[in-house]
Write a protein that binds this ligand. Structure first.
Ligand code: ASP
Ligand code: MG
Length: 596
């Protein structure tokens, strides 16, 4: 028999009417022949209210008592939900964390699950009940009530789905799915049928959050299909699974990060250790640096540009000035009127010319690009803020995100095989090292035999990136990383990209032709480089990853030639003769965070 886990967040159970509506959804799934486990959060903003109450009585409420208090929110909802179902003529049983045998450690307010008694839940299901499970809570070995950290009901739901071998985990929320871009910004945004775990993680880090990122990573690890849908309507929503919506479409979504600021450190001595000096000072101030681009400079100096949220600019500049003094850089420039436009898609990893399509679209609209970074499944361009809205529309149009591709997967065709029930031990083990506090990396990889081409003195005007990558694309070369930096000095920029070593000669020829055609200052290149990638989740927001990586490289005396970052990866391009040794060092440094 099939089994469905449903999760209703706070807004979906905020009052009696909403609880009744949620009850009907559980009943409907039950009458369609599924076994149903419904995980609920506290009603509306109840948890916030309980937190406020606690602080009114005690500036430092004891963590144990905090958990006794906060767990009541979910206990209220499970009971009411069970009553609602019973009044509609069906059997339901409410279970608290303790009653489900969700054993945790005793780290109050952010406990980790140690075991789950699935037999109890299964017993109630087999007896014909709809099981209403309290999200976000458990019990420790001493019978103390514990909670899993704010937003923890998502974790409860996905964990139950994994260990019970659910066919789907339905997340009912106040939006009806995942959109190609924020519909409040672009009315033509479309709800997608299917989005892959990785795409969702990137989009979420760009602000399209519907769920806790960690729950998505968890679902990915155990192959739990997630169906994000509206609690206020009956329409199907979006499935988050391993596959993307369409194999033929390189892009599944676009996003705008409106309030960004660009900071450029000018004339950084091109020696190992400078990135560390700069970024560790910024990370110490808990600021997440985003696009990082290093321009190949002249006379042993480089310009290093990066973006931070506009609200963090002042503090960032303070850190930057400290670093400049220490490393003997020449100065700093910044622009606080910029926005970032990003496109995300699994398909772009297999297709050439995707970046070029984005650049040409922006060029045709007369929008200048200040900085570019690309990673496996994401391309970001920094543009003037007053053009950002236009840029989003243009990009959305270019990739035809408003219409469904012919080869699109339909959510109903995505079937899950219940024999895939995840082994309880491994689910629990993952949950234990899956806390938000702790960094988890999934891989450190070395891509050898790469080459880099840098075009110097590229005029800073709309369309130049498009022109360049049109020519590169025509020659059939597969470009991997692209970075376009910013040069405050003479109004030119430099553009670097990597290609397979085998394509180096060919790429150089193309670059020479470009140099003549656009009257560039020169070209620079290397065919003895390698790319090192550190993969994981939350890398963009986890400010320490970059710092640790830069420190390791600095200690090994390795000079960084290119850098890019995304939610899922930090990549650096370095000299190949030091690559294997550096990979070994990184593995050693990150051994604790690297999970097998
Ligand atoms: N009620 C808890 C919170 O607000 C758990 C949840 O909603 O996921 O954080
Ligand atoms: Mg909540």
């Amino acid at each position: 028999m099939s089994l469905i886990v449903q999760k209703f967040g706070g807004t979906s159970v905020a009052d009696v009417e909403k609880i009744r509506a949620a009850a009907r959804k559980a009943i409907r799934a039950h009458t369609q022949g599924h076994q149903v486990v419904t995980v609920v959060s506290a009603m509306g903003k109840n948890t916030d209210r309980l937190v406020e109450l606690a602080y009114e009585l005690n500036e430092r409420p004891p963590a144990r008592e905090m958990d006794v208090l906060l767990s009541t929110g979910e206990q209220v909802t499970v009971a009411l939900m069970a009553m609602a179902i019973e009044s509609l003529g069906y059997k339901a049983v409410s279970l608290t964390g303790a009653q489900m045998g969700i054993r945790t450690d005793n780290t109050f307010t952010k406990a980790r699950i140690q075991s789950i008694d699935t037999q109890r839940i299964q017993g109630y299901l087999d007896a014909g009940n709809i099981v209403i499970a309290a999200g976000f809570q458990g019990i420790d070995d001493e019978f103390n009530i514990t909670t899993l950290g704010r937003g923890g009901s998502d974790t409860t739901a996905v964990a139950l789905a994994a260990v019970l071998g659910a066919d789907t985990c339905e997340i009912y929320t106040d939006v009806d799915g995942v959109y190609t871009t924020d519909p409040r910004l672009l009315p033509e945004a479309r709800r997608v049928e299917v989005v892959s775990y990785d795409e969702m993680l990137e989009l979420a880090s760009l602000g399209a959050g519907v769920m806790h990122n960690r729950s998505i990573e968890f679902a990915k690890k155990f192959g739990v299909p997630i169906h994000v849908r509206s609690s206020f309507s009956d329409t199907t929503g979006s499935m988050i699974v391993a596959e993307c919506e369409s194999e033929s479409s390189p892009v599944c979504g676009a996003a705008m990060t409106k309030n960004e600021a660009r900071v450029t450190i000018l004339g950084v001595p091109d020696v190992p250790g400078t990135s560390l000096d700069i970024f560790s000072r910024i990370a110490d101030r808990k600021i997440a640096v985003d696009m990082i681009v290093q321009n190949m400079g002249t006379e042993g100096r480089a310009d290093l540009s990066f973006t931070v949220p506009n609200s963090e600019l002042a503090v960032t500049l303070e850190a930057a000035r400290d670093a400049i003094e220490k490393i003997g850089a020449q100065g700093v420039s910044y622009d606080e009127n910029v926005s970032k436009i990003s496109v995300v898609g699994l398909g772009m990893a297999q297709q050439t010319g995707v970046a070029h399509r984005m650049f040409s679209a922006l060029a045709e609209a007369g929008i200048n690009i200040y900085m570019i970074t690309t990673s496996e499944i994401k391309i970001s361009a920094l543009v003037p803020r007053d053009k950002a809205q236009d840029a989003l529309r243009v990009v959305h149009n270019t990739f035809k995100l408003d219409s469904v591709a012919e080869d699109a997967r339909n959510w109903s065709r995505i079937q899950h095989d219940r024999s895939q029930t995840a082994d309880l031990q491994s689910v629990v083990a993952t949950l234990q090292d899956d806390t938000l506090e702790k960094l988890t990396l999934t891989d450190i990889a070395l891509v050898p035999d790469q080459a880099r081409i840098t075009l110097l003195g590229v005029p800073d005007r709309p369309g130049i990136a498009a022109d360049i990558f049109a020519d590169v694309g025509k020659s059939g070369i597969f470009v991997d990383m692209i970075v376009q930096g910013y040069d405050g000095e003479d109004g030119t920029t430099s553009v670097s990209f990597t290609v397979p070593k085998a394509d180096y000669a060919n790429s150089r020829a193309v670059a020479e032709a470009l140099c003549k055609k656009f009257n560039l200052r020169g070209i620079e290149g290397a065919d003895d480089i390698a790319k090192l990638s550190v993969s994981g989740i939350g890398l963009r927001s986890h400010t320490s990853v970059g710092t640790i990586m830069f420190r390791t490289l600095a200690q090994a005396g390795v000079n960084i030639q290119m850098i890019n970052t995304s939610e899922l990866q930090v990549n650096v391009v370095i000299q190949s003769d030091k690559a294997a040794e550096t990979e070994r060092l990184l593995r050693e440094t990150f051994a604790e965070s690297l999970r097998s």
